[in-house]
Design a protein around this ligand. Structure first.
Ligand code: HAM
Length: 444
């Protein structure tokens, strides 16, 4: 492998994909802004301790997937593998818990995990994430799930399964954990994959959602967390289900609009240790092995564990690369309104026209290749997908009239002469009038 190629698991976003990306970001921003979530942009590098203390020392992410380096001062730093930890750090560090304790925040950006790359799994991937602080009730859990479904809806994503679970809290989880460890240790080690042989004691809850066939068979009869949930956790979970039903998400949006299934799965565990109570995932049958397009949950102890006051939190993250695989339209490429074709003597008009038109909201692209002649440039104009070509050839410069030519496929329209006025102002106005007429007609 050449050192001059992109690093394994790191991907270029080419122009067609980048415009689709922008559509996704715009949809997410619109929905999140409309629900009072405010954008935050934490850095991509943090001290490693932030991640080991929040995500958990014995998780796969911290044990083997982080890009970790020592900086020149001898500090261990890591590229962020997810967004929640950094947002919680910022919430504490900037005193948001005082100035705005019920902060609702969102972020869009790259995350890094050294996983084995495959379809839908990269080493640099991107998330749209949202976190709500200081709100203990299950209504905000339901709101976040609704916000995610709204983003999916705007992008035309269908056929998702929403799986929810409760992971208990500080009060009820330890007893369940102990029961689970005892159960897992009562089975022969060979039944488990090598990771789960270790996890049986270090992180037993993760064994429950291991994909390995042996492990799945082994946990078939494992104790169900629902039997051990305390009353508060039980109530939180049943309220969440109720809110999802009352708000019509289950009955209406999910089933009729997206065909989203809605079920509780006590084996859903998540790969991060900070969760308490609610955990959820949106799964798609169209993503192959990496079926989770989004995931999230509640983390009521995390702010306190990272040095802040006791503050409940809940959030989600959508994986943009996986979302891209589910969006029906292949491309959202934007085409210019006008492609400017000109010969040597026309360049002095070209820049002024380019500024004049774009100041007035008309997009304009220049070929930059006067040596190609008019025919060659006409080809370029065609390839650009522009609605009009504006031609400033020798004849046009001589007669003082430029030609505006409709380029839309299948449209036959005579060329429109436009006077080249000395200060170009009338000319720009004239072109704007014609382009806008056209826009109105095509919207009808
Ligand atoms: P997560 O489940 O680790 O949760 O990641 C969320 C989403 O990021 C996944 O459902 C998936 O779509 C995407 N994703 C994860 N790893 C990769 C990868 N290697 N390649 C491509 N996409 C990937 C979190 O990160 C939590 N911080 C979510 C959260 C926010 N919980 C509360 N607040």
């Amino acid at each position: 492998m050449s050192d001059l190629q992109a690093i394994k698991g790191f991907k270029d976003l080419l122009p067609g994909e980048a415009s689709q990306w922008r559509v996704i970001e715009a949809a997410a921003r619109e929905v999140l802004d409309a629900h009072g979530y405010r954008e935050i942009r934490p850095p991509v590098l943090e001290y490693t301790a932030l991640f080991s203390r929040s995500i958990g020392q014995s998780t796969d992410i911290v044990e083997k997937e982080m890009f970790t380096f020592e900086d020149r001062g001898g500090h261990s730093i890591s590229l962020r593998p997810e967004g929640t930890a950094g947002v919680v750090r910022a919430y504490i560090e900037h005193g948001l818990f005082k100035s705005n304790p019920k902060s609702k925040l969102y972020y869009i950006g790259p995350m890094f995990r050294r996983e084995r790359p495959q379809k839908g799994r990269l080493r640099q991937f991107h998330q749209i994430g949202a976190e709500a602080f200081g709100i203990p009730g299950a209504l905000v859990d339901a709101e976040l799930i609704m916000i995610e479904t709204m983003i999916f809806e705007r992008l035309g994503v269908r056929d998702l399964d929403l799986v929810i679970n409760s992971l208990g809290c500080r009060n009820c989880r330890p007893a369940y954990r102990e029961k689970l460890v005892n159960y897992l240790k009562s089975l022969p080690a060979e039944m488990f994959c090598t990771d789960c042989q270790r996890r049986r004691e270090t992180n037993p809850m993760r064994v429950l959602d291991c994909k390995n066939e042996g492990c799945r068979a082994a946990v078939e009869k494992a104790p169900d967390i629902f039997n051990d949930l305390c009353n508060d956790c039980r109530e939180h979970h049943s309220k969440l289900k109720n809110y999802l039903r009352i708000s019509g998400l289950e009955a209406y949006n999910f089933k009729h609009i997206f065909n989203v299934k809605f079920e509780t799965n006590w084996r859903l565990m998540r790969g991060l240790d900070y969760y308490t109570r609610t955990a959820f995932e949106f799964l798609s049958p169209n993503l192959g092995a990496q079926s989770a397009v989004a995931a999230g949950g509640r983390y009521d102890n995390l702010v306190e564990e990272l040095g802040g006051p006791p503050t409940p939190g809940v959030g989600f993250a959508i994986g943009i690369e996986r979302l891209m695989l589910l969006i029906p339209e292949a491309t959202h490429e934007k085409h210019p309104d006008i492609f400017l074709i000109f010969i040597e003597g026309g360049w002095n008009f070209a820049l002024v026209l380019s500024k004049g038109l774009s100041d007035r909201g008309i997009s304009i692209e220049m070929g930059h290749d006067v040596t190609r002649g008019l025919k060659g440039q006409m080809k370029q104009a065609n390839n650009s997908g522009a609605k009009f070509a504006l031609i400033l050839g020798p004849r046009e410069l001589e007669t003082g009239y430029a030609i505006l030519q409709n380029m839309e496929p299948g449209v036959k329209e005579p060329p429109m002469p436009i006077e080249i006025t000395p200060d170009l102002i009338d000319m720009v106005e004239n072109i704007r009038g014609k382009v806008e007429d056209k826009k109105k007609k095509s919207q009808r």
